[in-house]
Design a protein around this ligand. Structure first.
Ligand SMILES: Cc1cc2nc3c(=O)[nH]c(=O)nc-3n(C[C@H](O)[C@H](O)[C@H](O)COP(=O)(O)OP(=O)(O)OC[C@H]3O[C@@H](n4cnc5c(N)ncnc54)[C@H](O)[C@@H]3O)c2cc1C
Length: 441
C-alpha cells in the first residue's frame, strides 16, 4: 500500500539538467518518469567534433535507458511532450496519452534563434543535436568533394568558402576545427584541389569574439584563430542569408557552407509553462523566470531548470546557459523535492561557477577558471582533461581518448563518411553571380 503512495516525479528532458535530476532521485522513495523525444543523452560540448569529423555520434551520446539502467525507480519514456494540465497535474504527450505527476521538473532546453528569420535555417543550420552535427559534417565534406569534382573535370573550381555566423564558443570552435581540417587533415587526400586555400570566415556582430570572456582572453582567442588562418570579422552583422551567399552590411559574400552559431530560443514549452504560473512572462529568448528554489512562481510542484529557465542566483548574478549550471540545477531541484518529502524548508539555488573553456583548432584553447586565465596549449590540455572526465560512460571516454590521440598524432580523422542524402546547397547546381568577397579585416 505504501508503495502506491510514493510520489510521482515526471522529468521532461534527458539533457544535462533532466538527467542530473533523475540521477539524484535514483534510489530515493519516489517513482520517476523521464520523458525525452530522443532515446539518448547528447554531450553537446563535443558536438562540433562530430560536425568536423573528429568523433562519431556514438562516442558523444548514450541511450538514456542505458545510463539509468541501475536506477530501479526511474523509467525512461521516449515521447514528445506537447503541454501540461497544471490543475490536474498531467503532462500531455504527442500520441494523446498523459502522465500523472506529483512533482514535475521541466528541462527541455533551447535551440538557436534566427532573430525572426527562420527561413535562414535551411541555408545556415545550427548545431544542437546529433542530427545537426551529422548534417553539418555532410555539408562540409560535400563542399570539398564538389570542388575536387569541378577541378578534376574542368581544371578550375568555385572557391571553397566557409562562413560561420556568431563568434561565441560554438562559432569559434567550428571555425577553428574547419580551418584545421582544410589545412592539416584533408590536404593530403585531395589531388585536384588545394584544400589549404579554403577560406574560413567568422562573423561576429559585436566588437570581439567570445564576448562573455574577459577581454584579454578573447583577444588571445582571436589571435589564435588568425594563426590558424581563420578570417575574423568583428562588428560584422549578417543581415541576409541565401543558399550560396550571405549579406554583411551592404556587401554580399559568396559561401559554399554557412553555419549558424548565435541566438538562443528556449523550447516552446516555456510559454506554456509561463501561462500556468502566477504573473510569469517569458523573456525575449522564451526563457521562464523562476523562483530561487527553481520552481515556477505560483506552482510549487513545478520546477523549470537549465536553458529553459532564467534566474539570478543568491549573489545576484544571472545563472549562465551552460551545462554545468543545468547539472547543478537538476540536482538542486531533486534536493528540494526530497526536502519537501522530509518536511524541511526548500533551499535557494546557489550557482558554483566552475569556469568556461573553448578550443581553437587541434591544440589551442582558452580557459577561465575563477581568476585563472589560460590560453594556448596549456588551456587545450586542461580542456581535454575536463571534457574526458565529464563525458558520460567509461566506454565513451576510452573511445574518445583513442580518437583524440589518433587524430593528434596521425593528423587523420576517422569519422569522414558522407552518409544520408546529398541535399546540401553546395551540392546542388551553384549560383555564383555574387560579387567577390571581402578579404580579411
Ligand atoms: C554546440 C554546443 C556546445 C556547448 N558547449 C558547452 C560547453 O563547452 N560547456 C558548457 O557548460 N555548456 C555548453 N553548451 C551548453 C549546454 O549544452 C547547455 O547549457 C545544456 O545542454 C542545457 O541543459 P538542459 O538540460 O537545459 O537542456 P538540453 O541539454 O538541451 O536538454 C534538453 C532535452 O530535452 C529534450 N526535449 C526538448 N523538448 C522536448 C519535448 N517537447 N518533449 C520531450 N523531450 C524534449 C531534448 O531532446 C533534450 O534531450 C553547449 C551547447 C551547444 C549547443
Amino acid at each position: 500500500m505504501s508503495e502506491l503512495k510514493r510520489p510521482k516525479v515526471v522529468i521532461v528532458g534527458g539533457g544535462f539538467g533532466g538527467l542530473s535530476a533523475a540521477k539524484k532521485l535514483a534510489g530515493k522513495p519516489v517513482d520517476v518518469t523521464l520523458v525525452d523525444r530522443k532515446n539518448h543523452h547528447t554531450f553537446q560540448p563535443l558536438l562540433y567534433q562530430v560536425a568536423t569529423s573528429v568523433l562519431s555520434p556514438g562516442q558523444i551520446a548514450s541511450p538514456l535507458r542505458h545510463i539509468l539502467r541501475r536506477a530501479s525507480n526511474v523509467e525512461v519514456i521516449m515521447a514528445e511532450v506537447t503541454g501540461f494540465e497544471a490543475d490536474a497535474r498531467r503532462v500531455l504527450l504527442n500520441d494523446g496519452s498523459e502522465l500523472q505527476y506529483d512533482y514535475l521538473i521541466v528541462a527541455a532546453g533551447a535551440r538557436h534563434s534566427y532573430f525572426g528569420h527562420d527561413e535562414w535555417e535551411k541555408d545556415a543550420p545550427g548545431l544542437k543535436t546529433i542530427e545537426d552535427a551529422v548534417g553539418i559534417r555532410r555539408r562540409v565534406l560535400l563542399e570539398f568533394e564538389r570542388a575536387e569534382r569541378e577541378a578534376y573535370l574542368t581544371g578550375q573550381h568555385e572557391p571553397l568558402n566557409f562562413a560561420i555566423i556568431g563568434g561565441g564558443p560554438t562559432g569559434v570552435e567550428l571555425a577553428g576545427a574547419i580551418a584545421d581540417i582544410a589545412r592539416q587533415i584533408l590536404a593530403r587526400d585531395f589531388k585536384a584541389i588545394d584544400t589549404t586555400k579554403a577560406r574560413v570566415m567568422l562573423f561576429e556582430g559585436m566588437p570581439r569574439v567570445l564576448g562573455v570572456y574577459p577581454e584579454g582572453l578573447s583577444r588571445k582567442a582571436e589571435k589564435q584563430l588568425k594563426e590558424l588562418g581563420v578570417e575574423v570579422h568583428t562588428n560584422s552583422l549578417v543581415t541576409a542569408v541565401e543558399s550560396n551567399r550571405i549579406k554583411v552590411g551592404d556587401q554580399w559574400i559568396p559561401t559554399g557552407v554557412t553555419l549558424w552559431a548565435t541566438g538562443v530560443a528556449a523550447s516552446p514549452l516555456g510559454k506554456k509553462l509561463a501561462a500556468l504560473g502566477k504573473n510569469v512572462q517569458v523573456d525575449r529568448a522564451g526563457r521562464v523566470p523562476i523562483a530561487p528554489d527553481l520552481s515556477l512562481p505560483g506552482r510549487r510542484e513545478i520546477f523549470v531548470i537549465g536553458d529553459l529557465s532564467s534566474l539570478k542566483d543568491a549573489s545576484g548574478k544571472p545563472v549562465p546557459g551552460l551545462g554545468s549550471a543545468a547539472i547543478q540545477e537538476g540536482k538542486a531541484a531533486a534536493d528540494n523535492i526530497m526536502r519537501d518529502l522530509r518536511g524541511e524548508d526548500r533551499a535557494p539555488f546557489k550557482y558554483w561557477d566552475k569556469g568556461t573553456m573553448a578550443t581553437i583548432g587541434r591544440r589551442r584553447a582558452i580557459a577561465q577558471v575563477g581568476r585563472l586565465h589560460l590560453s594556448g596549449y596549456l588551456a587545450w590540455l586542461a580542456w581535454l582533461f575536463v571534457h574526458l572526465i565529464l563525458l558520460i560512460g567509461f566506454r565513451n571516454r576510452l573511445m574518445v581518448l583513442r580518437e583524440w590521440l589518433w587524430s593528434y598524432l596521425m593528423r587523420e580523422r576517422s569519422a569522414r563518411l558522407i552518409t544520408g542524402d546529398t541535399d546540401a546547397p553546395t551540392w546542388n547546381p551553384r549560383r555564383s553571380e555574387a560579387p567577390d568577397a571581402i578579404h580579411g579585416d
